[in-house]
Design a protein around this ligand. Structure first.
Ligand code: HEM
Length: 514
């Protein structure tokens, strides 16, 4: 056979294999998954080629986001309209289609517990490559690699270490308040959209706590990262085209340029730190220093393959910013909004703050940790307005959950936003803001069920949960010491989800100096 015929046959075989793979991905596999789910009692829309429910989802989201809602905590229909409709149409055992992948909504606390406990079985779904441009690091690692990074990063967030970060929290909050002091007249009040200020506050906190004395450089890096995030959020709204990120478009080139700049700035900071450590300087208690310390200890004791590479340290630093900035800002903004609406709780919170700290600087982490009313309020805000509204996992091979057997390739949606307001678990007042329910702690409030997980649960629970709560307490204490606040007539209630649960039109409050 001559070379030409061989090449033609080879091409034909390759084209057939590719064609089969595409056909399988787009049609046969989704249909097989659908059949298997229906046989086990799950229901949902029939699969539609390529898009699944995505087109409907986009349309419904657009409709929901086009107008604000009356002030109530009944926000599910606005924030996740498609899942809300699927539950209404098909009941609790429903699935939705994210393109050719079906996703089950899991509403049974015991099944949620099983899924988040078995981290090696139920892993995170493969994210779009574009999103991975933001940061890789702990949150997207799996199995042994995840366990190694988690072990190395854990010491940086240890409660003992957090107390050294309290002064950084204080400085960032004081900066924000001094900006408000310039806007609000000393004997009066003024309308302020507090949302951008709270976003700057939490970003500032991460720059200070992550990089300590290299704070200015850290701030610049995070500003660049913010720009990447905006481009990525924009891209995630459109249909995913494999390989599109490699085309030399204006945005892609800018992202490439930023990534290069961020990497070289972080490399600079890290190398300086490592040199200082080698010269015997003590680490300064910031996240980067603690991370490098824990990493070099591990390498010294067990060898280099047990530590993280320079690139991995860089990715973890980037991740601190993405995981910690919008989430904590979201907690703070909804706390201010809800305390503006429920002013009786604002008064109770301020009474507690003034009783414990008076007008002095709240710089004692133990006193901050013991604030009972503030803790109850933060828990209740996280219950009704969880910054991470849904957690996701996927089956990577056939597996059993409860009494059902799921094939590989099914996504699992674990929704704090739904379970945390389920009347069967929380009672008839589940939709009301009632911090009193947390008076005797979380497990009493949930009667031991896994129905409250704003920070996730199990081995992959938020590594910085205590960090975030301490930061939020510091911010609320300082705000309550200096200001009272109420909703401005121009406030419109419009929760929506971009990275975290945010107020779509800002948080216009009337601030009054105390
Ligand atoms: C109110 C603030 C915060 C909330 C509500 C929150 C929520 C969460 C949730 C729900 C998860 C688990 C995700 C999953 O299981 O799929 C998580 C993981 C994580 N969070 Fe947070 N977070 C907050 C603040 C922070 C901060 C301040 C940082 C860093 C400085 C941070 C770093 C991380 C990291 C690195 C992970 C991944 C942990 C792992 O996979 O082992 N978070 N967070």
């Amino acid at each position: 056979m001559d070379v030409f015929i061989c090449s033609v046959i080879l091409c034909a075989v390759l084209v057939s294999i590719c064609g089969w793979k595409i056909l399988n991905w787009l049609w046969f596999r989704p249909r097989m998954l659908e059949k298997s789910l229906r046989q086990q009692g799950f229901t949902g829309n029939s699969y539609r080629l390529f898009y699944g429910d995505l087109k409907d989802m986009r349309r419904k989201s657009k409709e929901a986001l086009s107008k604000p809602i009356n002030f109530s905590h009944d926000i599910v229909h606005r924030v996740i309209p498609s899942i809300h409709i699927a539950l209404n149409n098909y009941g609790n055992n429903c699935f939705v289609w994210f393109g050719p992948r079906p996703a089950l909504v899991v509403l049974d606390p015991e099944i949620v517990r099983e899924i988040v406990s078995k981290t090696y079985v139920f892993q995170k779904p493969p994210g779009r490559p574009f999103i991975r441009l933001l940061a890789r690091g702990l949150a997207s690692l799996e199995t042994d690699k995840w366990a190694k990074h988690r072990r190395l990063i854990n010491p940086a967030f240890h409660v003992e270490k957090l107390k050294h970060m309290v002064p950084s929290f204080y400085l960032s909050c004081a900066d924000m308040l001094s900006k408000w002091d310039k806007i609000v007249p000393s004997d009066g009040s003024c309308e302020v959209d507090v949302w951008p200020y709270l976003q700057t506050l939490t970003s500032d906190v991460i720059s200070r706590t992550a990089f300590g004395s290299s704070y200015e450089e850290g701030t610049k890096i995070f500003q660049l990262q913010k720009e990447v995030a905006q481009h990525v959020v924009e891209a995630s709204r459109s249909v995913y085209i494999p390989g599109f990120r490699f085309l030399p478009t204006k945005v892609n080139l800018r992202i490439k340029e930023i990534r290069k700049e961020v990497k070289s700035s972080l490399l600079n900071i890290i190398s300086r730190r490592m040199k200082a450590m080698e010269a015997g300087e003590v680490t300064r208690g910031d996240l980067l220093g603690l991370l490098l310390e824990s990493n070099s200890e591990e390498i010294k004791q067990k060898g280099s393959k047990f530590g993280m590479s320079m690139n991995e340290v860089i990715e973890e630093c980037k991740l601190f910013y993405f995981a910690g900035h919008e989430t904590t800002a979201s907690l703070l903004v909804w706390t201010m909004i809800l305390l503006s609406k429920h002013t009786d709780w604002q008064v109770r919170a301020r009474d507690e703050v003034l009783q414990v700290f008076g007008r002095r600087k709240p710089d004692d982490h133990q006193e901050l940790n013991h604030l009972k009313i503030i803790s109850m309020i933060l828990h209740e805000v996280l219950r009704l307005y969880p910054p991470a509204i849904l957690l996701t996992r996927a089956t990577h091979k056939e597996c059993e959950i409860g009494k059902v057997s799921l094939p590989a390739g099914v996504q699992l949606i674990l929704p704090p936003i739904l379970l945390q307001r389920d009347c069967k678990i929380w009672g008839d007042d589940a939709g009301e803001f009632e911090p009193e329910r947390f008076k005797e702690g979380v497990s009493k409030a949930t009667r031991g069920q896994l129905a409250y997980f704003p920070f996730g649960w199990g081995p992959r629970i938020c590594i910085a949960q205590n960090f975030a709560m301490l930061e939020a307490k510091m911010a609320m204490v300082m705000i309550l010491q200096h200001y009272s606040f109420q909703l401005s007539p121009s406030y419109s209630h419009a929760p929506h989800h971009v990275v975290a649960l945010q107020p779509q039109h800002g948080a216009h409050l009337i601030l009054s100096k105390l």
